[in-house]
Design a protein around this ligand. Structure first.
Ligand code: IVH
Length: 669
């Protein structure tokens, strides 16, 4: 994002104010933001920087001096007795430590904090008098918002009457939001009814609250978390933020369960880092962590700087979404012949990573979301998940945006494309399609299969292009001289590839089965089959009924395996591999009840120091255990390595034991 400008500071400040005012209006009043939160933050940050360097340029109506946009006139105004505040932001550890240093300096003591998840919804103030809900208003500009009482009354989480010891009057503040699961359900229902889809939970919640008919609000199933109070009359209020949260819970409000009291800024930092990686595991969207000084007396002492409290700040996570141009929709043909549409994007940085490509799932999804080449699209990238296109920004649609059409012929071999009934994918109908061959060769050589270093997608394609490989077994006929003639290949690297190919001969049956691209046979099923049959001959001779008898092998897999070995070309390929000395046997093991991991289910996540995912799976399966892809209450262990993602978070939230590679080896004995 460009934050440098050739304009004089005064002019640039004016320009920034206009941009920010418009963004505020679009966001708060129209519920139709035009720029991302990150872009907004950058504009504001630039303005703050200019105003700090040139205090004479600060105007009373500068966006840095007030909160949000003016309320729209559609709803009656709602005046806040105690203003609703905004928060200063910290974008990194340095910013957080600077906040703590200022608190310590002004307070004269080390303060304790409460960390709360920053829920990505809409701030709401709820007025209760004598224990009954009287009115509800949005934040608006912090002093005057919009009255949306009838709509808030249909939000199930908002109690109509308070429980326990209620004060004479209280303003309860919190966030109205939409759960991801409710958002998904709503969009599925809309898709089924042929209605346009909503873009994200936040805007859907905002739109829901602004309905003229509360029944429409109710349909969106909004949720609420309480986290603060405004006016409070008739009782002694709690003395700390954590006691306040407990009190709000007693009154009958949902309070987020993850709020944590932290004795030091190091603990605060750990909390922020933890939730930045685990945010995906939650059923609601968060965009940061709110850090509040715990002692309310100390909060009063620290006071405000403009509209921002000095006793609180928001640690903002890195962005997960950005807008960019969808240059084209490409088609990739997989080794099973599946045509996968993907987005070719104008490169865009999301959370510090440059994204050029994103998945588009399938034809139906593209149609449902009405994604067209030439559109400005929103792209989402989170942790270890492949970036995907959320949807188009319809207001910015260009006239020449092109509607997507699934090709009728394979883009690689031009054979006919078939879309089987009840499937969302289309397939190339030519088994000899070079795209499938490239993918099959690449897969054969990949780390989880025969692990032949140096043969990736580029070399696989070149080998096929040059006519040197027509089948995976041809790899074993390659000679150094032939390889050395390929582009960017010297004698030395050619020899390395030949050595790697030679080395692959002793990987054993389980890896060969993975490498052969048999439908449904990944590392887990391959390990089960290899351990049960012990040799490719025994496996190839097995009937479907015999295959089903193997523990863990179901009907669908059995059918696919039997089908594979019935095909003469596949049998021929196996004979050729055998002739080249590829080992296709495995130590035959009864998966007896004596295996160290018998009956235990594992989930693998992240990168382990010395084991590939396949090798770890093999070890677990050989010891009688099972490997599953999703964490649930039934999972016995999660094996976590570097950069473990949401599965680790899920395990933590469910209390599933977590081990590292050393822990796994210990379990294996
Ligand atoms: S406290 C000074 N706590 O973030 C107190 N705000 O940028 C200000 N928000 O308008 C609010 N979760 O809409 C607070 N646990 C939380 C929050 C939270 C989300 C939102 C809220 C506020 C904005 C501040």
């Amino acid at each position: 994002m460009a934050t440098t400008s050739k304009l004089a500071p005064a002019q640039r400040a004016e320009e920034l104010r206009a941009l920010i005012d418009e963004a505020n209006h679009n966001y708060h009043v129209l519920d139709a933001p035009e720029i991302s939160d990150a872009e907004y933050d950058a504009l504001l940050h630039e303005l703050v920087t200019i105003e700090e360097a040139h205090p004479e340029l600060v105007t009373p109506d500068s966006p840095t001096q007030r909160v949000g946009g003016a309320p729209s006139s559609e709803f009656p105004p709602y005046r806040h007795e105690v203003p609703m505040l905004s928060l200063s932001n910290a974008f990194d550890e340095e910013g957080l430590r600077a906040f703590d240093a200022r608190v310590t300096r002004l307070a004269g003591v080390k303060a304790a904090y409460v960390c709360e998840l920053k829920i990505d919804g809409l701030a709401m103030s709820l007025r209760y008098e004598n224990g009954r809900l009287r009115s509800a208003g949005t934040r608006g500009d912090g002093t005057v918002g919009e009255e949306v009482t009838p709509n808030v009354r249909v939000v199930r989480d908002v109690p109509r009457t308070l429980r326990g010891k209620a004060p004479g009057a209280i303003d309860v503040r919190g966030e109205i939001f939409m759960k991801k699961s409710d958002f998904k359900r709503l969009n599925e229902a809309r898709a089924a009814a042929g209605k346009p889809l909503f873009a994200n939970p936040r805007n859907t919640a905002a739109g829901g609250l602004r309905q003229k008919d509360p029944r429409l609000t109710a349909e969106r199933r909004l949720s609420f978390f309480a986290y603060a109070i405004g006016a409070f009359e008739g009782l002694e209020p709690p003395q700390t933020q954590h006691a306040l949260l407990a009190y709000l819970r007693e009154l009958g409000f949902p309070v987020n369960e993850h709020a944590t009291r932290c004795a030091s800024i190091d603990e605060v930092m750990a909390f922020c880092k933890r939730w930045e990686t685990e945010r995906e595991s939650l059923d609601y969207e968060i965009d940061g962590v709110v850090i509040k000084v715990d002692e309310l007396e100390l909060q009063r002492k620290l006071g405000y700087a403009g509209k921002d409290p000095r006793w609180a700040t928001a640690y903002k996570f890195r962005a997960q979404e950005a807008r960019t141009k969808l240059l084209d929709i490409g088609i990739n043909v997989s080794r099973s012949g599946k045509l996968n549409p993907y987005a070719v994007l104008e490169p865009v940085s999301i959370g510090g990573v440059t994204v050029r490509m994103a998945t588009l799932h399938n034809e139906d999804d593209i149609k449902r979301k009405d994604i067209r080449a030439g559109d400005t699209v929103v792209v989402h990238r989170a942790g270890d998940v492949i970036p995907y296109v959320v949807g188009p920004v319809l207001e910015l649609r260009a006239k020449d945006a092109r509607v997507f059409q699934m090709p009728e012929r394979c883009p690689v071999c031009h054979s006919k494309v078939d879309r089987p009934p009840n499937e969302v994918f289309s397939y190339c109908t030519n088994v000899a399609c070079p795209a499938q061959l490239v993918e099959r060769v690449r897969h054969y050589c990949s780390r989880g299969a025969m692990d032949i270093e140096g043969v990736g997608d580029v070399l696989s394609a070149e080998l096929i292009e040059a006519g040197l490989v027509r089948d995976v077994a041809d790899l074993y006929d390659l000679r150094t001289g032939q390889l050395a003639e390929l582009p960017r290949m010297g004698e030395k690297s050619a020899q390395n590839v030949i050595d790697a190919i030679e080395g692959s001969k002793s990987r054993g049956l389980a890896r060969v089965l993975v490498a052969l691209s048999i439908r449904y046979v990944g590392s887990q099923n391959a390990a089960l089959l290899a351990a049960h049959f012990g040799s490719v001959d025994a496996l190839a001779a097995a009937t479907q009924a015999e295959l089903i008898e193997v523990e863990g092998i179901g009907e669908q897999i059995a059918e696919a395996v039997a089908f594979f070995f019935q095909q003469p070309p596949n049998r021929a390929a196996i004979e050729r591999l055998r002739a080249h000395g590829v080992d296709m046997t495995a130590p035959k093991r009864e998966r007896a009840a004596t295996g160290a991991l018998h009956g235990k289910t594992f989930v693998l996540t992240g990168t382990l120091p010395s084991l590939t995912r396949e090798a770890a799976t093999e070890l677990i399966v050989e010891a009688g255990g099972k490997v599953s892809s999703a964490v649930s209450k039934k999972t016995d262990y999660v094996v976590a390595g570097e950069e473990a993602g949401s599965k680790l978070a899920k395990a933590q939230s469910l209390g599933v034991p977590i081990v590292d590679e050393a822990g796994l080896r210990a379990l294996l004995g």
